[in-house]
Every structure is written in structure tokens, then in C-alpha cells.
Design a protein around this ligand. Structure first.
Ligand code: ZN
Ligand code: ZN
Length: 355
């Protein structure tokens, strides 16, 4: 945590800031270790303050050693105003992507006389490359996904509702130590598999249908992300073909992941495989994304993305083909960019599994 703080403090002068106000939950947690649902960080070039209300004072002291804990009465701006004035700050940044208009107005009204500057990405840029503890948490979450998938393959069958499958996946992962699901679990069967984000519905699984299951687990506040597509019964020739194209695209992109390559390059490799087989129009999303305290974070692996992959980035590779009215296939692995290539966390087979 101390290293993270120093890195952020070093960024303040070049951003033209005396201080930065942080309210976003994930950024706050990343910087301080404080897991509470409410609180503000004020980071100055030399100081670090965690402002919380009465409910969180003890917790903040325990979780955020090295931070000066400031207890505030509502509204927090009165306390913050005294703090900022006392420190003699002139230019303070706020997170323009997360502060509401009302919150911004309240800063202007209640803490006048200083310059409020909109900033984005300062903490997020630090979060791009994970440290060892973060990697360990994500790996554990990914392991739970593999176990949950192994379990669900035994559980699945025609006549089950998509929602029951989603519930079973979540309960299983939680029993094994997961803190919760990373997002609303996607179970999309038959024609619904053409919906890239087909959150589980009341639909019954039927023989002959492809079923996309996309889920993840939270461990130590870190997320994982996992997708496999299975077939209930025997696949048709077209189902098998589409599956193999997605698999080839996924494995091609995966094999190319290495530090120094751009996110857009990796996306293009998967996209080319799919386009060459004639399914180009049916792959409409980016090939992957970063995963960490948020399920979707930087880097984005999408067409034209210039971000260069660096060791420590945790990303997904998840191409898909979605044919309206017919169904779809997606295969998603979670992996770590290493010094020499990548380490794939997801262990489940990429063969088409018949239920
Ligand atoms: Zn996913
Ligand atoms: Zn994903």
C-alpha cells in the first residue's frame, strides 16, 4: 500500500495537483486497503488522509495503517474544507468519471477559494499492472470458476432453467470460499446464446442447444471471469464448426499474448480467424479486457486499441460468434501477462463438452 501511495504522490506534480480527492470505491480500496462502502481519500504530495464517518473509524484504523483517519459529520465537505484549508492546498483534483454533478456542486459551494480540477485515470493507471498479492487473489477466484464449471457439467441437463444453473454456479463457488459472483451470471441457451450478455432467464434448456455460461467469482474483492459453451446432446455440423472457429480464434489470440504487443494486435488476430471463416459480422465485441477490483477495467482489447501489454496485466481472451435466431459460442480464459508471454489461469478444457 505504501508503494502505491508513493507512486500516486509522484504523479501529482506532473498533473499540476496539490492533492487528489478519491471517492470511487475500488480506487479507495486499492490505495488504502479500506473496504468500507463510504469514505473519501485525500492524497497530497506528502500526506494521506482517509475521511470516514463514525461507523467506519475503527475499521479504517485497522485496514489503513499509514493513513491519517479523519472522522467527519455529515456533510463531509465541512470537515474536508477545514482539512484542505489547513493544508494550504490550492489545486485539488476530483475523479471526473465518478463524482456526481450534485457532488461536484457541493464541493464548489462548500469548499470555495480553491481550484477543483477534473482528472481521470491516475489511480487506474497504477491498477493496470497487478502485484503479487493481487495476482494470487485473482488466481484463487479463477480456480473456483474451474471447480464450479466441473460441478455444473455434472449438474446440467435438459429441462433445467437457465436461472437454476446460474444459482447452482453461484452457490457452489460461494461454498468453496468465493465472496460472491463477479456479475449477474450469464446462462444463455439455444437462440438466447446469440445474446452476448444473455443474463440467465426462465428458459428451459433443451436437447440440441448450445449453452453459453459466463460467470466469475470474487476473492479478496478481486474478480475472475470465465466462459465456456457446452452442447446439450449431439452437436450439428454447423454447431461444431462455429465452435471450432471460436476455439481457433481464442487459441490464436492466447498464443500471441506477450509484453510489448498492443491490445489491438491481439484483438485483430482473433478477429481475422473469425472473418476468414466467414463469420466476421457475428463477432461484435472486443476480444478481451482487464480484470481486477472491477470485472471490466483496463486494458481494453478491442479493434485499434493502442495500449501496450505489460507484465502484471490480468486480461481475458474471449472471442465469440453470435448468430441471431440461431445461437452462439464464446470461450473465455483469464490470464496474466508475464515477462515472457502469459500464464493462463483458466484450466478447464476448451474441447466442446457434450452434456
Ligand atoms: Zn466473462
Ligand atoms: Zn469477460
Amino acid at each position: 500500500m505504501q508503494v502505491r501511495l508513493e507512486k500516486l504522490q509522484n504523479k501529482l506534480p506532473q498533473a499540476g495537483l496539490d492533492g487528489l480527492l478519491i471517492g470511487n470505491r475500488e480506487n479507495r480500496l486499492y490505495m488504502s486497503g479500506f473496504t468500507g462502502s463510504e469514505g473519501k481519500l485525500l492524497v497530497t504530495r506528502e500526506g494521506a488522509f482517509l475521511c470516514v464517518d463514525f461507523r467506519y473509524v475503527e475499521q479504517a484504523r485497522e485496514q489503513a495503517p499509514g493513513w491519517e483517519i479523519v472522522e467527519y459529520q455529515r456533510p463531509y465537505t465541512a470537515t474536508l474544507s477545514r482539512l484542505i484549508t489547513g493544508l494550504g492546498l490550492q489545486k485539488v483534483g476530483f475523479e471526473k468519471e465518478y463524482l456526481s454533478y450534485q457532488g461536484y456542486q457541493s464541493l464548489l459551494d462548500n469548499i470555495p477559494g480553491i481550484k477543483w480540477l477534473p482528472v481521470a485515470g491516475l489511480v487506474e493507471s497504477l491498477r493496470l499492472q497487478k502485484d503479487e498479492a493481487e495476482i494470487e487473489s485473482i488466481k484463487r477466484a479463477s480456480r473456483l470458476d474451474d471447480l464450479a464449471f466441473g460441478h455444473i457439467v455434472e449438474y446440467l441437463g435438459p429441462g433445467l432453467r437457465e436461472r437454476e444453473v446460474a444459482l447452482e454456479l453461484e452457490v457452489f463457488a460461494r461454498r468453496q470460499g468465493g465472496e460472491g459472483a463477479s456479475f449477474d451470471i450469464i446462462v444463455a441457451s439455444g437462440p438466447r446464446a446469440a445474446l452476448p450478455h444473455g443474463v440467465a432467464s426462465d428458459k428451459l434448456l433443451q436437447a440440441g442447444e448450445l449453452v453459453i455460461m459466463d460467470f466469475g467469482t470474487i476473492v479478496d474483492s478481486y474478480h475472475s471471469d470465465f466462459t465456456r459453451t457446452v452442447i446439450i446432446g449431439e452437436p450439428s455440423a454447423k454447431q461444431r464448426k462455429v465452435y471450432e472457429v471460436v476455439r481457433e480464434a481464442q487459441e490464436t489470440a492466447l498464443a500471441a499474448v506477450a509484453p510489448g504487443r498492443s491490445a489491438g494486435e491481439i484483438d485483430a488476430l482473433a478477429r481475422k480467424v473469425i472473418a476468414d471463416r466467414g463469420y466476421g459480422p457475428y463477432f461484435g465485441h472486443g476480444v478481451g479486457h482487464g480484470v481486477g477490483l472491477n470485472i471490466h477495467e483496463g486494458p481494453q482489447l478491442s479493434p485499434g486499441a493502442e495500449t501496450v501489454l505489460l507484465p502484471g496485466m490480468v486480461i481475458t481472451i474471449e472471442p465469440g460468434i453470435y448468430i441471431p435466431g440461431w445461437g452462439g459460442v464464446r470461450i473465455e480464459d483469464l490470464l496474466l501477462v508475464t515477462e515472457t508471454g502469459c500464464e493462463v489461469f483458466t484450466q478447464s478444457s476448451r474441447e466442446l463438452i457434450k452434456i
